[in-house]
Design a protein around this ligand. Sequence first.
Ligand SMILES: [Zn+2]
Length: 422
Amino acid sequence: MNHGTSHRLLSLRTAWFNVPSAGKPLFPLLIIVAMEANGDGLQVLPFFEAHSKEMLDFTRWLVEQESMSREAEATRRIAENLGEKLALIGATVDLINDRRYGSTLLARFDCFGGTPHSENKQLLVVGHLDTVWPIGTLAARPFKIEDDRAFGPGIFDMKAGVMLATFAMRAIKELGRSTRRAVTLLMTCDEETGSVSSRGVIDDEARQAHAALVLEPPIPGGTVKTARKGVGEFELIIHGRPAHAGNDLRAGVSAITELAHQVLAINKLNDFERGSTVNVGVARGGVLSNVVAAEARAFIDMRFRNVEDGQRITEAMLNLRPVIDGARIEVRGGINRPPLVRTSETGELFEHARRLASEIGFDLKEGSVGGGSDGNFIAAHGVPVLDGLGVDGAGAHAEHEHIIISDIPRRAALLTRLIETI
Ligand SMILES: [Zn+2]
């Protein structure tokens, strides 16, 4: 692992406002600072209302740096660029480079002059810089604004969330506020492909964390996530025996027929009541219609609410046995992300967030989802995780992906209040 910190400091001269059509710093801020030292959410909200144009420009700046997962050069570049901005507001920035996946960013902030909590644990704020969109998507679907919505590849999942965290830290600094703990921003480069390269960093940071705030998009409507299912992946490989379909069909063992049996057996593992599911999402096999298929493969996705269910299905998958004489089965894979289980601490964290949201002037709801995030890995360390703190919108991984522009200031205010009160 390579900690690339050196060129960061050289670029401190880069103006923070050096993004396209960014607004100017606003002097009324001073009045806000004078009015309150440690007030409630209503008093950070004006900062974000005054900066909403700049926040949207910053989101656009992030969206226009395409960064598909596994495009190492692209994720390295966006991590460097964001790292420069974070250094300008006082972060110590480390880039952890991986040849295949790019760069994961760690930005550490002290308490901004506040007295650190006696328990020496940090607050983790977690996001990812990668997207599911291939380089070139931006040319086909450029950033655009329509009424109260902003569109662009990766904007909802989760470049708007990355923007929120950046501006939250900036607000704390510029408004002379403080935090109760050291705050670490962790931005991974490969969340969309299972966080293979960043997993070690996530685990290391989670061990030192009191709580984690995850910047993934909320459930459309702005609902934060207090539970996520665990995720597993399997590959099923079936070996049969080839034969001429016309001359000698019975001499063959069809891997495809065996696969059909296995798919039905796998489907029987679904337990919708318990929320544990499997999906044979990809199946392929054979070479020509006149040849008995010698090989077939399938890829299976597994979701589960608790570890025991995940283990039970994994065992069943690994114990699949062939139905047809002469066929052979190999199963690879297992649990990738453990479930994010809603604990009583998670419940307290959500209640705290709900109170802060109502001070700011909106109603916050919680929900659970089937998709995993880096929050799952963190929760597995017993750390309470509040997920889905990004900007409201819809269309993650879909072409209509967008955020709701008017949601930005209050969401930023909520994140800021969480960061300074946990
Ligand atoms: Zn995401």
